[in-house]
Design a protein around this ligand. Sequence first.
Ligand SMILES: [Zn+2]
Length: 48
Amino acid sequence: MQRDPICRMMVDERSATQKSVHEGKTFYFCSSGCKATFDKDPRRYAHS
Ligand SMILES: [Zn+2]
């Protein structure tokens, strides 16, 4: 399981359809809304 950096929900990376790669690390999201928020400003969330 991976933590959605936006809403802090746990996401199963095997079934996740929403993901982004930032600085070589893959982030998983519960929804397209969380992914869109991350993609707008990934540096703000990637290291939190
Ligand atoms: Zn989320």
